[in-house]
Design a protein around this ligand. Structure first.
Ligand SMILES: [Zn+2]
Length: 162
């Protein structure tokens, strides 16, 4: 798990303009097209625009609101509802994992493996727990059930300066 991936600057912050009709398929677009087609999703303009923000920048944790702001900054004018819908489609297709960190707030993780997270309360940030988490005992599942997965979110808050 690469904890530092969150902080790696992107190659081209401006990003290609997907709103234009004469899209030049560069390497990033090609990669996105592959990701979408392997997931069985049609490469619509919205999916390509958001796919480039999600799948070309290493391991990421995003919220719909945060991704919407990034899309606008990259000149991909999508509504927040479209961003929500696309994130849900990506999640259903297995490209993202949804993590409910704080009540109604959902994060979408480009690493779909099961792994523990830190959630920074008040800062709206979710990052991977790099290591140091072990369990000595996991409870038995209830009769007729098996454990599907174990989601762990360690909530952090800023220490008060004393
Ligand atoms: Zn994660």
């Amino acid at each position: 798990m690469d904890f530092r991936a969150e902080h790696i600057p992107t190659v081209d912050e401006s990003g290609p303009d997907l709103a234009g009709p004469d899209l030049q398929p560069d390497e990033g677009v090609q990669h996105c097209l592959r990701v979408l087609s392997e997931a069985g999703l049609r490469p619509t303009r919205q999916r390509l625009a958001l796919g480039q923000l999600l799948f070309l920048r290493g391991h990421r944790h995003v919220t719909a609101e945060g991704l919407h702001a990034e899309a606008i900054a990259a000149n991909a004018y999508l509504s927040l509802a479209t961003v929500y819908n696309t994130l849900n489609q990506f999640t259903e297709a297995g490209l993202l994992r949804r993590i409910a960190a704080d009540g109604i707030k959902s994060f979408f993780d480009t690493d779909t493996s099961v792994h523990p997270h830190f959630y920074m309360e008040g800062e709206d940030m979710l990052v991977d727990v790099a290591d140091g988490l072990t369990f000595t005992r996991i409870p038995e599942a209830l009769p007729g059930h098996e454990i599907a997965r174990l989601d762990v979110i360690v909530h952090l808050r800023r220490k008060h300066a004393s």
